[in-house]
Design a protein around this ligand. Structure first.
Ligand code: NDP
Length: 335
């Protein structure tokens, strides 16, 4: 068996030496336990937060601990009456080929309903993040304008497509021509702008002639600065992620923070951070709606797969910089 552990806490951007690949024996399940084999490992931006030990909503990964992560796994041995050999389960097995579980927190996946990898993608945590953040906080109305960055990614792609289903205008922001073309032509957003080109603010103003009613915040940084002046009165801003800042080594308040607060007041803006687990009660609604939209082709999704557990560190470092084009997955073992 193999596992990847956190070798050192990154300073700024994570680097290869912050991870260590280890060989280990395949563990033996005890009474009430199951042995899992990882098929798919999901890589997600939140893992950058787990590598640091600053204050957060979750515990950090300890040094020499297995990197945390959601997986789609197969039960290959079971001493637990709730699970049989051959069951496919959603697990938090982390960056390793094999894991032991007492069954708590495992959810069975029915491979007949959808490809099993979607359980960590469009029908899993990122899809649920898009659904709840947009509908429960953003509350887009027909005819309103919704803007989302990282628009070709796991969360952003679903945000814009759900906005369209609700009758809103969807404008994406993504890195590079290919991603922007995909977001417009394949996902059906009304427009998509490249944040790596110049004059994002002016282009955004042109693409949003009636201003912005919902800004689904995934990135922060220069994108946020371009969006903020265009927010309409009573605009809503679900704050989902700030990926442009995850490698920052210190927090600096911008000089325009007071001007921003003045706008929050005068425009009566709603800015609300959320963690997807806040909306656990909405999981049934999410699965019902999202499965239907995926079946009907109203929500499309794209996977970006690297092969083998060894590829995880490089793929994760790439994810933080936009090297992924779609939901980042690692194929750890055969389906
Ligand atoms: P993505 O698949 O969207 O991948 C991350 C993308 O972020 C990159 O591909 C890149 O896209 C974009 N990006 C990176 N740096 C920058 C930058 N400086 N400026 C603009 N864009 C940048 O990841 P996810 O869909 O999984 O996650 C999207 C966001 O949602 C993240 O911030 C994540 O932390 C957050 N999230 C929050 C959750 C919550 O519960 N609150 C749950 C899940 C995700 P591009 O090439 O287009 O720039």
């Amino acid at each position: 068996a193999k596992r990847i552990v956190l070798a050192a806490r990154p300073v700024g951007e994570p680097k290869p030496s912050d991870f260590r690949l280890e060989d280990c024996p395949i563990p033996t399940p005890g009474t009430g336990e199951v042995l899992l084999r990882t098929i798919w490992l999901s890589l997600d931006p939140y893992m950058r937060g787990r590598m640091s030990d600053g204050p957060s909503y979750a515990q950090p990964v300890p040094i020499n601990g297995v990197m945390e992560g959601g997986t789609v796994s197969e039960v290959i041995a079971s001493n637990n009456p709730g699970f049989a050999k051959g069951d496919i389960v959603l697990s938090r097995a982390g960056w390793q080929t094999h894991a032991i579980s007492d069954g708590k927190g495992l959810a069975k996946i029915d491979p007949k309903i959808a490809p099993i990898s979607t359980a960590v993608g469009v029908l899993g945590m990122p899809g649920m993040t898009a659904y709840t953040g947009l509908l429960d906080i953003g509350k887009p109305q027909a005819g309103e304008t919704v803007v989302v960055a990282a628009a070709s990614g796991a969360v952003g792609s679903a945000v814009g497509q759900i906005a369209k289903i609700k009758g809103a205008r969807a404008v994406g922001i993504a890195g590079g021509k290919d991603k922007c073309a995909y977001v417009k032509n394949e996902l059906g957003f009304d427009d998509c702008l490249d944040h790596r080109e110049t004059d994002l603010a002016a282009k955004l103003k042109f693409a949003c002639p009636k201003g912005i009613d919902v800004y689904f915040e995934n990135v922060g940084g220069a994108v946020f600065e371009a969006v903020f002046p265009l927010l309409n009165a009573f605009a809503r801003m679900p704050v989902c992620g700030l990926i442009a800042h995850y490698n920052d080594t210190q927090a600096v308040a911008p000089k325009w923070a007071p001007a921003m607060m003045r706008n929050v007041l005068t425009k009566r803006l709603t800015i609300r951070g959320f963690i997807v687990s806040d909306f656990a009660a909405r999981h049934g609604d999410f699965l019902r709606d999202m499965s239907q939209w995926v079946r009907e082709g109203k929500v499309k999704h794209k996977e970006f797969v690297t092969e083998g557990l060894d590829s995880a560190p490089a793929a994760f470092m790439g994810l933080l910089k936009g090297a992924n084009f779609g939901k980042q997955l690692v194929r750890v073992g055969p389906d």
